[in-house]
Design a protein around this ligand. Structure first.
Ligand SMILES: *Cc1c(COP(=O)(O)O)cnc(C)c1O
Length: 460
């Protein structure tokens, strides 16, 4: 079906004429033309010219089981034939939503036993924002309205999600952040650690949460939201001192903890959830992406017994038409079955992650690579002209990262850049042989990027 398409140039022209791309400079893309992906299998994408590309990003961090799993397509087709849609608003329910909620309650840590379904990560965080404020209203503490989050965190791009996130480029457009959201600094030691050791710095950045709570007044704070490991911010793995100190502060002031597991959930960090990897106890967990391996959109807010018991006490005036969509829930259930029964999470964690870690960390021998960070199957490298001083390039941040990304793309490797960090998050099903190809192409691309950077004098 997808092999029989218009020539690439015509598709690109139509794309430019009618299709508006997210997070893209439309005119710039129109000039060079989008790369058109026509099919995929395992970790491999095929484009409209027949080139095979190693997808080291699993799409947008989501295709955890890899591409081309017919089981997921079959389940979707069967569900569409049996019950393609029904809502869960008006005292009705259906089997896929019930069974998926039960399954999520089983695999989610602690007392996270209740699921509110959404359509994406962004609108899950909008749900969470309204839910934590409403929770405190019901508890007779309506003044707990403030939510604290972090600069350079990512929680989506809706009004709520974009406000909770700390991306200045998002805040600059459309009147964000909305009221009652406050940001503290991120635990990015490489860029912002100065003379402190990583451990000292982690502690210091965690203590900013306490300072912010005291500044706002502890009785006005509803919740803190964070990703266990920042994803879109550049795969920032926090120093080991960070989360224990955050835990202490959350407990001391009795505020709610929303853990955004949209990337870190479903095996990405070596456990089922990043909360387990980082030793965190969420009151609410945000899920999307890997919940269906990206085969179909679905988001979920998984909440604690305590929150559910309060929210369930009256009508929560919130919900989306596609909440708990039967086809999406059926696909998620099958996806989780594959992750579990084929031991994909365990294999990725025990076999692939250590192998990838060794090769990834060895990239620091490249002249342009400062630190290499990796947890489970999400990793980043920091590009720098001087490793000892952690210096920045003589060009606006992201210039060198972009050059490197372009070289990767030309070498048929999808590796993203965030500023001057390069990031990977491959399907959990990547093999050791494919890891070798990933690293080989990454090195080649780094070499080519360095050549160009030297030619342009950006590294002095
Ligand atoms: C992608 C992402 C989101 C937003 O999810 P969408 O499905 O794109 O709306 C939220 N939080 C994190 C941590 C993400 O990576």
């Amino acid at each position: 079906m997808s092999d029989n398409h218009l020539p690439t140039a015509e598709l690109q022209a139509l794309d430019a004429a009618h299709h508006m791309h997210p997070f893209t400079d439309g005119n710039e893309l129109a000039k060079k033309g989008a790369r058109i992906i026509t099919k995929a299998k395992g970790v491999w994408l095929t484009d409209s010219e027949g080139e095979e590309i190693l997808d080291a990003m699993a799409g947008l961090w989501c295709v955890n089981v890899g591409y081309g799993r017919e089981e997921l397509a079959d389940v979707a087709a069967r569900q569409m034939k049996q019950l393609p849609y029904y809502n869960t608003f008006f005292q009705t329910s259906h089997v896929p939503a019930i069974m998926l909620a039960k399954k999520l309650a089983e695999i989610a840590p602690g007392d996270l036993n209740h699921v509110f379904f959404n359509g994406s990560g962004s609108d899950s965080n909008d749900t969470n924002l309204r839910m934590v404020r409403h929770y405190w209203e019901l508890k007779g503490q309506p003044e707990r309205f403030n939510v604290i989050s972090r600069w350079n965190g990512y929680h989506g791009s809706t009004m709520g999600g974009g406000s909770l996130g700390g991306m200045k480029g998002i805040h600059a457009q459309g009147g964000l952040p909305i009221p009652g959201i406050h940001h503290i600094d991120q635990p990015d030691w490489w860029s912002e650690g100065g003379d402190l050791s990583a451990e000292e710095f982690g502690l210091k950045r965690a203590q900013e949460l306490e300072a912010k709570i005291l500044e706002l007044g502890p009785e006005t704070v509803a919740a803190f939201i964070a990703e266990p490991v920042q994803g879109a911010g550049g795969v920032i793995v926090p120093p080991e001192t960070y989360w224990p100190e955050i835990n202490r502060i959350i407990e001391k002031y009795g505020i709610l903890l929303i853990v955004d597991e949209v990337i870190t959930g479903f095996g990405r960090t070596g456990n089922w959830f990043g909360s387990e990897t980082m030793g965190i106890t969420p009151d609410i967990m945000t899920c999307a992406k890997g919940i269906t391996s990206g085969y179909i959109p679905l988001g979920a807010s998984i909440v604690s017994d305590e929150i559910a018991s309060v929210i369930n006490g009256s009508e929560f005036a919130h919900g989306y038409t596609y909440a708990g969509h039967p086809v999406a829930c059926a696909v998620a259930l099958e996806n989780i079955r594959l992750l579990e029964e084929e031991g994909i999470v365990e294999h990725a964690s025990k076999e692939i992650a250590p192998y990838l870690k060794e090769k990834w960390e060895a990239l620091v021998d490249h002249p342009m690579v400062g630190e290499a960070k990796i947890v489970g199957l999400m990793g980043s490298i920091a590009l720098t002209p001087n490793k000892a001083t952690r210096a920045k390039f003589k060009a606006p941040g992201g210039t060198v990262g972009y050059i490197c990304r372009e070289r990767c793309f030309a070498n048929n490797l999808v590796m993203r850049h965030v500023g001057d960090r390069m990031i990977i998050s491959p399907p959990l099903t990547i093999t050791k042989a494919e890891v070798d190809i990933l690293i080989e192409r990454a090195r080649k691309s780094l070499d080519e990027a360095l050549e160009r950077i030297e030619a342009e004098g950006l590294n002095v």
